[in-house]
Ligand binder design. Sequence first.
Ligand SMILES: *[C@@H]1O[C@H](CO)[C@@H](O)[C@H](O)[C@H]1NC(C)=O
Ligand SMILES: *[C@@H]1O[C@H](CO)[C@@H](O)[C@H](O)[C@H]1NC(C)=O
Ligand SMILES: *[C@@H]1O[C@H](CO)[C@@H](O)[C@H](O)[C@H]1NC(C)=O
Length: 372
Amino acid sequence: MLDLRLSLTYALALVAGTLAVPSQKLDTRQAPWKSTVISTLAEPWAFAFLPDNRVIVNERKGNMRLVDPATGTKTTITGVPTVAYSGQGGLHDIALHPNYTENSIVYISYAESGSGGAGGAVARAKLTLTANGGSLSGLEVIWRHSQRASGGLQFALRLLFGPDGALWISSGEINQMTPAQSMTGNLGKMIKLYDNGTAFAGNPFASQGAIQSQIWTLGHRNPLGIDWDAQGRLWEVEMGPMGGDELNLIEKGANYGWPLVCEGKHYNGTTIPAHSTRPNFAAPKVAWVPVISPAGLIIYKGDLFSSWKGNAIITGLSSQSIVRVTITGNTAKEAQRVSMGKRMRGIREAKDGAIWVIEDGANGRLLKLTPN
Ligand SMILES: *[C@@H]1O[C@H](CO)[C@@H](O)[C@H](O)[C@H]1NC(C)=O
Ligand SMILES: *[C@@H]1O[C@H](CO)[C@@H](O)[C@H](O)[C@H]1NC(C)=O
Ligand SMILES: *[C@@H]1O[C@H](CO)[C@@H](O)[C@H](O)[C@H]1NC(C)=O
């Protein structure tokens, strides 16, 4: 019913000739969900649900918050290492170990500074929860970017555990471009590790050396969202430069082409060859020109928004929107874009099928979306 109303809006816009930027024309009041504000945070970057339904939210400056949606209280988890809060960097993602209920281990990703600038790191630690928050202890860095750079851009560093217990890291190229194609570094790659940081057995480039053994795919720019579909396939969204944001199906050993091919241009206007010119590189299933600035991704698996099962739901920063993409076999197509009026940073699906999102920026809200 509500989808129908959105389609009607599109149809009217078509007639009025105003569909050039369809997203911005949509009214958030017609969004197909009810939005409940859970908490307001300072530059939230990522969040994760605990088994008891409380939510850990990472704020980019380096603060880890514990939000209780039942009471609205917000407390602090101490023990976060010093992060390089600069540019786009700071405290990034949070993921629970698959056996968190037994071992209380959590993983965080963040930018850290050192000689040569800032680079990404992933650490694991034991989380102890108390009445007023909690603490991390025994923190151990298990992975680092192999190179640092000034500027503080494009760390990415999304964390996700896989069905086989592997830890996946989406490694950005920290705005260095060509290292995304270099097999002697781990910038601009999808990384597959054991939970202790050792390279996963069976990785496609394992015979080439130690750093190569971490790599699953290469040629990525700023991969900010990853999730599994019901068939166990991994999907990824990444930001292009001026144009050329991508939704990719991640396939073992593939090269996604950055910076040699891209559907967008460099910021100085210089063109980059399109994927169609170099079929040996894996082409995106959807490319956005102009950009949506994808910052988070889920493949929806719940029953609450039943007609969206199997769809990719993407949060967009510059597009200030939530973008829904339908996936059919190996193809994908944007189906809906809902304007949120705020830069949208992250997204997760709760156990009950509700969709939770966080806004970007100084007073970023954690919102729970349920069907109208
Ligand atoms: C989780 O625990 C199960 C049962 O002990 C074990 O088989 C599995 O390897 C563990 N997962 C990870 C990622 O360590
Ligand atoms: C890391 O975990 C893997 C898989 O459980 C294991 O084979 C490997 O020995 C571990 N590495 C270290 C350094 O403990
Ligand atoms: C434009 O930017 C790209 C990427 O930084 C660079 O490789 C290229 O040399 C620049 N071109 C000009 C004309 O400045």
